[in-house]
Structures are given as C-alpha cells and as structure tokens.
Design a protein around this ligand. Structure first.
Ligand SMILES: [Fe+2]
Ligand SMILES: [Fe+2]
Length: 335
C-alpha cells in the first residue's frame, strides 16, 4: 500500500487514535475533579484490627462474614467491566472528561475488589478455594459462593457482547440502577456496622458509589432527550436487569437469570443471621425492600422526566412496563 505523505492520514474508525482533547462538558470535568479529590486507600483500613476482632469470633461467624464479602465481590469484580468501557470510550472518542471519569471508576472498582479480598483474608484467609468444609452447611456455603461467581462468568460473557447490541448511552444508563442500589446498601451498612473498620470501609465505598451514580445520571440526562422510543425501551429493560442481577446480595435473587443451588436462599439467610450476631450489620429483608424502593424511585424519577417508562418490579409491588423478554445476554449492570 502506498501512502501519500503529502496528505493527512486517514484514521480507521473505532480506533483509539488519534488522541484529541475536548475541554467543554463542564459537568463531566466537575465529576472528574471530584473523583480525584475523593480517592482513598483501602490499605489504610486497619485490617490488623479486623483480624484481631475476627480471632474472637467462632468459625461459623467468620465464615458468614467471609461469605458476605465473597457475594459482594461478584459485583465488585468490576475493574474489567469499566476497563473495557474505558477502551470503548476511547475508540468512540468520547469527551476527555468522560474518559477521565471512567478511568477513575476503573480505579475505584479495583479498590473495591481489593477491599473484598482484604476483608476475606482478615476473617477467613483462603476462603473459598482453600476452605475445607467441616459439615454440610459449610459445604453448601462454599458452593453458594462458587455458583454465585459462576453466574458472574455468565454475566461477563453477556457484557462483552452487549457492546455490539447497545449504544454507549444505553450501556452507561444500565449501570445506573446498580450504582443507585449500591449507594443505599453501603450507607446503611456503614451506619449499622459494630465493627468500626468495616463501617469505615463501607462509608468510603458509599462515597465512591454516590459519585458513580452521579456519573450515570449525567450520561442519562445528557442523552435521554435525543433517545428514540426503541432506545428508551432498552433502558427500561436494563433497569429491570439491574434489579434482577444485583438482588443476589441486596435482596433475594429473582427467578430470572440466576442459576443457583436449591438451598441458596436458606443458607444465605442463615449466614446473614450469623454475621449479624458477630456485629456485621446486614439489613433485614424489610430494610432491603425499602432500600430497593428508594433506589427505584430515585432512578424512576429521572427516567420519568425523559419519558423512559419504569419497568414493573412485581417483587416489590411496583407497577410499570412489563419486561417479559429479559434474557441471559441482556445483563450489563454492575456496582
Ligand atoms: Fe460503582
Ligand atoms: Fe464498586
């Protein structure tokens, strides 16, 4: 191929080159600056103190806390999710500040994921892979973690494919439900935790998730006006997908999507009680329902302003657009 160097080169589409910078989109710049300001270090949590407290708990209580963190990591294993979104945002040459915010979310999610690992390592090192169950309950607990993660692998497959099905604005709005739910979960857990160090970790995580929510909100509000009805329908569908996916830890897994052992819920509830008895605050079912209702109302209020119909969430008695065709490959949301 001969190149005419007297002419400007032609750049291929969907390529991260050429670099180009934009300095408008003040709202995104504000968020980017806020993200840099609000950084914190998961290694500043006094994990030695957590270890000390854990040494005073019995085996089942430690297992229960490690189990909860393992479930959380299904959703906070989100570094690659945002890293992939970051690559795509560069290929599509989104605003400089938007790419900057996604870079910080990638970093945030890595921090959340490392935090899950540090928490597990402080209460029950080696869980779940090196954990040797001593009775049937322990065996089921370990299997629950592994099967939750198996569903995560199904999510990941769908997520990668979602980029060929959805536009960037729909994709980012898909994260909205998750971030809204995460904000509520982490702030209630930080307030209730009797283990001070966990309280701190949750409080800091809530700060991050609040910012992530603000980002999805910004994307939503700057794109919704130009969305056609078909795209709006996809957004409603993704809000429902968010509820279904994140309910594993924030509520109870609905029938759609999840493939879990038949004992999943019973064993999880047992573990939650044990964790509570150790001072590890997990909201009760009623509180979880309330938290979801708040999150859904919040997202719904925004969506409604742009004529995006709210999906029905019959599990919570919320009426709206019925989403019947939610398939395995529709899952984009994450924390
Ligand atoms: Fe997040
Ligand atoms: Fe997160």
């Amino acid at each position: 191929m001969s190149l005419d160097f007297n002419r400007e080169p032609e750049f291929p589409p969907y390529n991260v080159y050429p670099p180009r910078w934009s300095f408008d989109n003040e709202k995104a710049w504000q968020l980017y600056r806020r993200a840099k300001r609000e950084q914190w270090d998961e290694q500043d949590i006094n994990w030695e103190k957590v270890k000390e407290i854990a040494s005073g708990l019995d085996r089942k209580q430690r297992l229960a806390i490690a189990y909860w963190w393992s479930l959380l990591s299904t959703f906070d294993n989100a570094t690659p999710v945002f890293a992939y979104a970051l690559v795509k945002s560069h290929e599509l040459h989104l605003d400089t500040a938007v790419k900057g915010v996604i870079t910080t979310i990638t970093y945030d999610e890595n921090r959340h994921n490392v935090m899950c690992g540090l928490a597990i390592n402080s209460v029950l090192p080696g869980y779940p892979f090196d954990f040797k169950p001593q009775d049937d309950l322990e065996r089921k607990v370990k299997l629950n973690t592994l099967w939750a993660w198996y569903n995560g692998s199904r999510y990941w497959k769908a997520y990668l494919e979602a980029y060929s099905k959805y536009t960037m604005d729909v994709l980012f709005t898909s994260f909205m439900m998750g971030e809204a739910a995460a904000t509520t979960v982490f702030s209630t857990m930080s307030k209730g935790s009797k283990i001070e160090e966990f309280g701190k970790a949750f409080k800091n995580t809530a700060v991050d998730e609040t910012r992530h929510y603000a980002f999805t909100h910004l994307i939503m509000t700057s794109n919704a006006a130009s969305m056609n009805d078909e795209r709006k329908k996809l957004v409603s569908k993704q809000v429902r997908a968010g509820f279904v996916f994140l309910s594993l830890i924030t509520y109870r897994p609905p029938k759609d999507f999840w493939r879990l052992p038949p004992w999943y819920l019973e064993v999880t509830e047992k573990m939650e009680d044990l964790a509570r008895s150790a001072g590890f605050y997990i909201p009760e079912m009623k509180e979880k329902e309330e938290a979801w209702r708040t999150a859904i109302m919040r997202v719904g209020a925004t969506l409604g302003r742009y004529g995006v119909p709210m999906p029905a969430i019959p599990e919570l008695g919320i009426t709206g657009e019925e989403i019947k065709d939610l398939k395995e490959d529709d899952f984009v949301p994450v924390f």
